[in-house]
Ligand binder design. Structure first.
Ligand code: G3P
Ligand code: MG
Length: 248
């Protein structure tokens, strides 16, 4: 709303860093986003088994590293030995998993904005994640450059409990499909934005959100034609693997 915090939110956000050109959710992907002139990135955060917060999307490490197994069964000692770049391209073979702390330090150094997605994979301790992650993120980045989102309502409730003032923390509700009760949830959480899957978004829904006090973000938009249509629909920002390919 107009009384809410004003974020320095650009029209495009690099998804998992510049994940079209570098291994997703790594320091290299954030450096690549910065080098390409993008000011904000979306990143996923989870806890390792030993409680270390790391930037990672999947429940396991198989797809994006040279190891296997579940993330919540790894310690930092073992996770830090994984090669998390070579699966993407040999040029990235020295890349290591990013801790939240290292990532926040890089973003602060580069002056970048962060849409931090609290990624709750099956069976994970939601409160432990939020309590471990949120204070560090709020400490590292100014409020205008931080937007915390999640598909998980329990996580969003915990975030708002720890940071009750919407002026101090912008919160985004992630949905695969817009539910009927979205506006109740957004109001209760004093949300900043809704983040919706553009492929399931209907014009009438976009109009409904555009008429509300909440910003509308869409993920994951990699098609220039779709981007132009979404802009016409009143979408405020899109999350893209390669925002440089999107032109109005
Ligand atoms: O935050 C937008 C998008 O990242 C949500 O889906 O699976 O890519 O984390 P996912
Ligand atoms: Mg994500």
């Amino acid at each position: 709303s107009d009384t809410a915090l004003r974020l320095d939110l650009p029209a495009t956000i690099a998804h998992r860093g510049l994940s079209a050109l570098a291994p997703e959710n790594t320091l290299a992907a954030v450096r690549a986003a910065h080098a390409a002139g993008h000011h904000w990135v979306e990143l996923d955060v989870q806890l390792l088994g030993d409680g270390t917060p790391v930037i990672w999307h999947d429940a396991g490490v198989r797809r994006c590293s040279n190891g296997r197994g579940k993330l919540n069964q790894l310690t930092w000692d073992s996770a830090s030995r994984l090669d998390v770049g070579r699966w993407f391209d040999r040029a990235f073979s020295d890349e290591r998993m990013a801790t939240l702390d290292a990532m926040l330090a890089l973003l602060a150094e580069l002056g970048m904005g962060l849409n931090l997605e609290m990624k709750v994979n099956r069976g994970r301790d939601v409160d432990a994640l939020v309590e471990r992650v949120l204070p560090d993120a709020m400490q590292a980045l100014p409020a205008e450059r931080l937007l915390v989102s999640s598909f998980d309502m329990t996580a969003l409730n915990a975030v708002r409990r720890l940071a009750p003032d919407p002026q101090h923390l912008a919160l985004g509700l992630l949905y695969k499909k817009l539910p009927r009760d979205w506006e109740d949830n957004a109001a209760r959480l004093e949300a900043f934005s809704l983040h919706l899957d553009w492929q399931r978004l209907k014009l009438t829904q976009a109009q409904e959100v555009a008429a509300s006090p909440y910003r509308l973000l869409c993920y994951t938009v990699n098609d220039a034609k779709a981007y132009r249509r979404l802009c016409e629909w009143g979408v405020d920002a899109v999350i893209s693997d390669d925002p440089g390919q999107l032109t109005r």
